[in-house]
Design a protein around this ligand. Structure first.
Ligand SMILES: Cc1cc2nc3c(=O)[nH]c(=O)nc-3n(C[C@H](O)[C@H](O)[C@H](O)COP(=O)(O)OP(=O)(O)OC[C@H]3O[C@@H](n4cnc5c(N)ncnc54)[C@H](O)[C@@H]3O)c2cc1C
Length: 471
């Protein structure tokens, strides 16, 4: 039995701790915040429950694989994962409603829309990649078992390496539909010119597989991971700011912990800072951040408002260029997640989250900031609301790059520094461990490309499998 300290109680830290403890190790998790889930946080606004951070779950097959792995590791334990953590995922009717220039379309595109034929062809060609992509999310790219999945992807994309390049080659697809598909790479925080062709498929895969939300909200995943961890014997210590990390030793303000292994879910720059004592400045090439507005509404939105709307900028390349140089774009991409009373959450009032893609500039923003005001007005008008959505707010909370930077990557970059193209997607070189530091393993949004929930859970499974092989 090894003694293991896990740094961070976000989704990746909790998933890692659960697996390690279930395999029989003595595990302690430390986190500076007062809640479980890191970026996935449950808040209360005007007495209503909301999720900050992730709102939608894709590739739920990865969650099933995690539970299966937990069960395999603790075959002799009395309770199975599904008895401890029972999540009920609800599939949304659509991937979203997209507002772009003069067009409005749902994805999947509806049969009465002029883009239906092109979308249908795209979906039929790409949706079968769900299984190979799920495989790659939970396996090391160097694992020979990944080869069949890699071969299937290679067959689809050929030599067209990037998302933009791949989509450009689809002569039969309307240009505006290409732009809508391409902008999804920002879900991973990076422009379509900088991401592998694989990302082009994500929209089709997400539309076919469905995007899901747990009943009670996404933080149910963090709560469930917490239950799995505690059931396996993990000690979770919140409100513990880690101040120093040394070889096999972790310091907080009040205690020093010795360990055989340390598993870090912290951003690599933050970890480096804790190991060297040197301040970190934002990486030159980093993923985007967000200005996230969470509000309780004093009346419902129009009856035909869907759960997930996406308002695009008129000029996506201008947005990509602005994010790269960490300046505010003229217009941004916004997600508007709307829940009626009693939908998903046990709330008595409707709620909305307006998520504005923003540069990782580490700055503070609020509803009075002129750029935020302009964008909120543009988004509201594009969604045909009679007034800016802020006029319907009973109460609200705004999280900004300053907040995301306070416990994540410098500048608030949601997925930290970006990697060169050849190191992203299935060809990535995940830095789960460094041969010079055999006591340290890494998990979290910055070590597995994609950065979303399936990537952090899959990445944790991969990294922990390496540690368990040794012990
Ligand atoms: C606004 C927003 C929207 C998103 N939407 C989606 C979505 O719809 N779907 C999706 O799949 N993904 C989404 N994501 C991404 C998803 O939230 C992340 O990929 C995932 O939550 C990252 O988990 P993690 O464990 O790697 O990191 P984190 O959640 O950042 O966990 C790291 C933990 O380390 C702790 N920590 C840091 N420094 C210290 C220290 N010095 N001492 C102690 N503890 C420390 C932090 O408090 C934190 O709890 C979104 C993210 C954001 C911010």
């Amino acid at each position: 039995m090894s003694k293991i300290i896990v740094l961070g109680a976000g989704l990746s830290g909790l998933a890692s701790a659960s697996l390690l403890a279930r395999a029989g190790h003595k595990v302690t998790v430390l986190d500076k915040q007062s809640w479980l889930g890191g970026k996935s946080r449950r808040i209360e606004v005007a007495g209503q429950i909301m999720d900050t951070g992730p709102a939608l779950v894709t590739f739920t097959g990865v969650w099933d694989k995690l539970l299966k792995r937990y069960d395999e590791l603790g075959a002799s334990q009395s309770k199975s994962a599904s008895e401890i953590a029972d999540i009920n995922f609800v599939k949304l009717n659509e991937l979203g409603r997209y507002f772009y220039q003069d067009q409005v379309t749902d994805l999947p595109v509806k049969p009465d829309h002029e883009w239906f034929e092109a979308w249908d062809r795209f979906e039929k060609e790409h949706a079968p990649l769900t299984e190979p992509i799920t495989e790659l999310l939970t396996k090391m790219p160097t694992d020979p078992a990944s080869l069949p999945a890699l071969a299937k992807l290679q067959k689809r994309y050929g030599l067209r390496l990037t998302t933009s390049w791949y989509l450009k080659g689809l002569k039969w697809m309307p240009e505006k539909l290409k732009d809508i598909i391409a902008i999804h790479t920002l879900n991973a925080g990076i422009a379509p010119t900088k991401t592998l062709a694989l990302y082009a498929s994500m929209t089709a895969v997400m539309a076919a597989d469905g995007i899901k939300v747990p009943v009670g909200g996404v933080n149910e995943i963090a709560q469930s991971l917490g239950k799995l961890a505690v059931a396996a014997g993990v000690e979770i210590k919140l409100n513990q700011q880690i101040t120093k990390v040394q070889k096999r030793q972790v310091h907080t303000a009040t205690e020093a912990y010795n360990a055989d292994y340390i598993v870090s879910s912290l951003d690599p720059q933050v970890l480096k800072m804790l190991m060297t004592g040197k301040q970190a400045s934002p990486a030159k090439h980093r993923s985007c951040s967000g200005i996230a507005i969470y509000a309780v509404l004093n009346k419902p939105l129009p009856a035909d408002t869907v759960t997930h709307s996406v308002v695009m900028p008129d000029d996506p390349p201008e947005l990509y260029a602005s994010l790269e140089t960490a300046r505010l774009p003229n217009q941004t991409m916004a997600f508007v997640n709307y829940y009626q009373a009693q939908e998903i959450y046990p709330n008595s009032k409707p709620t909305v989250a307006v998520l504005l893609t923003a540069p990782a500039d580490g700055k503070h923003y609020d509803l009075d900031h002129p750029w935020v005001k302009n964008e909120v007005a543009r988004i509201s008008s594009r969604m045909c609301l009679a007034e800016p959505i802020t006029e319907l707010f009973e109460d609200s909370m705004v999280l900004d790059p300053e907040y995301f930077g306070s416990y994540g990557a410098p500048g608030g970059a949601l997925y930290g520094a970006t990697k060169p193209l050849w190191q992203s997607g299935p060809f990535h070189n995940p830095q789960y461990k460094n041969p010079l530091r055999p006591w340290l393993y890494r998990v979290g949004a910055s070590v597995h490309p994609g950065g979303g929930i399936p990537a952090v859970l899959g990445g944790a499974m991969n990294s922990i499998a390496g540690l368990l092989k040794k012990n």
